[in-house]
Design a protein around this ligand. Structure first.
Ligand code: MN
Ligand code: MN
Length: 314
């Protein structure tokens, strides 16, 4: 029996109460916490549309309907994990390096207490601060990145820290084990062929969307599992990996992406991977329609939470 779990929807309706992720208790103490959901409401790293600062709030609202039992894995999550909504970290709008420092400092006690951070972005730039914080405890990390973009460009407008440069910076800083990094779902027009070659030069495995289609999802899942290997892994899910028909509320949409059921299936296939942290990023509610992006992001976070519970069960 875990310390922290959502209240029963049979006792209080799901639309009642103050919005936290999945109606979990808002707790900032860390005793007895296995997973802390942490909001990172920051969008200064965005290169196109802004507004992902409101992503965490939208994902929380979209998460109210989630139920504790995941039939795919045949598991009630909260029999195996105690989870809380830790709230948001105090980022500084307009100032990315200050925000990185605050995110890294804010995550340190969570990670230090042995809780796994499941972060809600925010644009993708926030991931660099998460990786820095996790590296301090776990050393070099494997990464499974699901994204329409590799985010390995060198700079935008001469600036090193943006949502489009985050995995290149992480590799340069030595936070990653490149042999255990895979990027899935890349697509769309590039600045040049070198955009993909740069990712491979960093040592990453790239699976662009046309290759996903050619291989099929189960082969891609096998490849991701092999690539991630046995060590600690960070799972980074950029909502723009999903087609804008299913996820219009995002900063740099690319047509031709995953259907939402494919994204869920991909995540479900990752059971057993040794996750030490994860995020769901790039939700931009001002461009959303009928909350479909926010609900999808909530379900993505739920599938990640399920992976953590399954790992503890098995
Ligand atoms: Mn991204
Ligand atoms: Mn992207």
């Amino acid at each position: 029996m875990s310390n922290y779990r959502p209240p029963s929807a049979m006792e209080i309706p799901r639309f009642a109460g103050i919005r936290t992720f999945m109606r979990l208790p808002h707790v900032t103490g860390l005793a007895g916490v296995d997973v802390a959901v942490v909001g990172l409401p920051f969008d200064t790293g965005a290169s196109y549309r802004v507004g992902a600062r409101f992503g965490p709030e939208a994902i929380r609202r979209g998460s109210a309907l989630l139920r504790p039992y995941n039939p795919h894995h045949r598991i009630n999550l909260f029999e195996f994990i105690s989870a809380v909504d830790y709230g948001d970290l105090p980022v500084v709008p307009g100032f990315i390096e200050d925000s990185y420092r605050r995110i890294e400092e804010g995550l340190a006690p969570v990670i230090g207490a042995g809780a796994l951070p499941l972060c809600l972005g925010g644009d993708h730039s926030v991931t660099l601060a998460e990786l820095r914080a996790l590296y301090r405890r776990y050393g070099r990390l494997g990464v499974i990145q699901v994204d329409a973009h590799g985010d390995t460009w060198d700079n935008y407008w001469g600036k090193q820290y943006t949502h489009g440069t985050v995995f290149r910076r992480a590799a340069e800083e030595g936070l990653l084990d490149p042999d255990r990094v895979i990027q899935i779902g890349l697509r769309g027009p590039l600045y040049g062929q070198e955009d993909y070659e740069e990712g491979r030069r960093l040592g990453f495995d790239l699976v662009p969307m046309d290759e996903v289609r050619r291989l099929g999802l189960s082969e891609v899942i096998d490849r991701a599992r092999r690539r991630a290997g046995e060590g600690p892994v960070f799972l980074s899910f950029d909502i723009d990996s999903v087609d804008p028909a299913f996820a219009p509320g995002t900063g740099t949409p690319e047509v031709g992406g995953f259907a939402s059921h494919e994204a869920l299936a991909l995540l479900r296939g990752l059971a057993g991977v040794d996750l030490v942290g994860a995020d769901v990023v790039e939700v931009l509610p001002a461009f959303d329609v009928a909350e479909i992006t926010a609900m999808l992001a909530a379900n993505v976070a739920y599938e990640i939470l399920s992976l953590i519970a399954v790992k503890r069960r098995d």
